[in-house]
Write a protein that binds this ligand. Structure first.
Ligand code: HAM
Length: 436
């Protein structure tokens, strides 16, 4: 009897080569869409001075309860928390910001460099209801700028996100808001609570709880009835410094020619935010889980975590969501070989292996057939693989040192010298229109 299969844990996905690689007509492109997303980050973030940091996946639970907030969904319902062998409560990180700020405080970085710009990439864990674009293990690419008050750096960061998403050809809209600060938010909270209490009967059960714990979150509840109540909620009233910060941010964004929408309902799901918040929301292709990146300012977080008064701002993007969009933009498919070599007999097989080795050493992708079948069937296989050229290697080719490369799209035949295959193929690629 076969042993029972052991499936992956729900909400935790395998990334297979079929997910990793782009399907593109261009055989020169050997980049997967995950690589494309990561590479664009690696290329773009340093242009703004961000350097990569890596923090552990496991942290003390207190970091997140204190940093993100005990009443947030993430901390109250979604963390993977357990006791370590010594009894310490630890959690798998549900996000990266608290960890990065902990590292910043722990290593007294502010004493070495007053302004730090860090970026990071890695898996995050939240026990959420699984759906398309929402997983229990997912990957974030994010960045944090610590030490600057803004608002110019806020605008710089939003412009960076804008640049990165545009480089990936993601269709999105940038939403921007301000949540005020410790000065003006408590007053607004009280005002909002009064309003929500008066409408409690129209709100869902969850929002009824939120009135007392986290009333601002009612503003982005997805329940249509709650949305109706939210639409009539009093607008945020900022204190003078927060108003100025917001006005200057908008001015900077305009100067940098970043397109954005002011979205008063953009309240975010983590408690550490002050003033600027922003989200890039996909305008097509993602359905319910359409926020590809979100972030904002958190001027009180370093102090909350035992550090000094270090202001900070950052964002994180969901790599799986970006990948879905990049793939949908018609950029799926496997790496296609430049040349498919089909040997007809045993002597030719070893020669084919050698030729493929030489091509790969020269940076050209090559596939050899390991199956014995007719020349016609081999051509069909070359076609399925999406090879640019195919070469059938028989006794005659071996003896004469000459062979024909068949261009699969056009059917054109090009003669090459086998002992100079690399040079011949290179020359051919340069002379053909698609590679100019
Ligand atoms: P967040 O909005 O919770 O913010 O997550 C950022 C992004 O991670 C989301 O916009 C989404 O693309 C992705 N994401 C979140 N949860 C899931 C999930 N279950 N499955 C797939 N993707 C998901 C933060 O995490 C903050 N740390 C961002 C930040 C950085 N704020 C300041 N600095």
């Amino acid at each position: 009897m076969a042993a029972a299969k052991i499936p992956a844990v729900k909400g935790m996905r395998d990334v297979l080569p079929t997910d990793t690689y782009l399907k593109k007509d261009d055989p020169w492109i050997r980049t997967g869409h995950l690589h494309l997303i990561e590479q664009a980050a690696r290329d773009i973030f340093p242009l703004y001075g961000y350097r990569e940091a890596r923090t552990p996946i496991l942290e003390r639970t207190a970091l997140f309860t204190r940093g993100i907030g005990e009443v947030t969904d993430i901390v109250a319902k979604e963390m993977y928390t357990f006791e370590d062998r010594d009894g310490t409560s630890v959690s798998m990180r549900p996000e990266g910001t608290a960890s990065l700020v902990r590292a910043y405080v722990e290593h007294a970085v502010s004493q070495q460099e007053p302004d730090s710009k860090w970026w990071y990439m890695g898996p995050m864990f939240r026990h959420e209801r699984q759906q398309r674009g929402r997983y229990r293990q997912f990957t974030q690419i994010g960045l944090e700028a610590l030490g600057s008050q803004g608002p110019r750096i806020d605008a710089e960061q939003i412009e960076l996100l804008n640049r990165w998403l545009k480089a990936l050809a993601i269709p999105f809209a940038m939403h921007v808001n301000s949540l005020g600060d410790a000065n003006c938010r408590p007053q607004y909270r009280a005002l909002l609570q009064d309003y929500l209490r008066a409408h409690a009967a129209e709100l869902c059960e969850e929002c009824n709880r939120r009135i007392e714990t986290n009333p601002i979150r009612v503003l982005d509840c997805k329940n249509p009835k709650c949305q109706q109540v939210a639409a009539g909620a009093p607008p945020m009233k900022y204190c003078e410094p927060c108003q100025q910060h917001f006005d200057k941010l908008r001015n900077s964004l305009d100067r940098l020619q970043v397109q954005y929408l002011i979205d008063p309902k953009l309240v975010r799901g983590l408690d550490y935010y002050t003033r600027t918040t922003y989200e890039a929301i996909a305008t097509e292709g993602l359905g319910a889980q359409s926020t590809v990146a979100g972030g904002g300012r958190y001027d009180g977080l370093a102090r909350e975590l035992g550090g000094g008064d270090t202001p900070g701002i950052g964002f994180a993007a969901g790599v799986e969501r970006l990948a879905l969009l990049v793939a949908q933009a018609g950029r799926e498919a496997a790496v296609k070989p430049v040349l498919f070599i089909a040997p007809l007999g045993e002597n030719e097989e070893l020669k084919a292996d050698e030729l493929a080795q030489a091509l790969r050493s020269a940076g050209l992708s090559a596939e050899v057939s390991f199956r014995k079948s007719s020349a016609g069937n081999q051509m069909k296989r070359a076609d399925t693989l999406g090879a640019r050229f195919a070469l059938v290697l028989g006794e005659q080719e071996l003896q004469s040192d000459r062979a024909r490369l068949k261009e699969l799209k056009t059917g054109a035949q090009h003669e090459v010298v086998l002992s100079e295959l690399v040079a011949g193929l290179r020359k051919l690629l340069l002379s053909l229109p698609e590679n100019q």
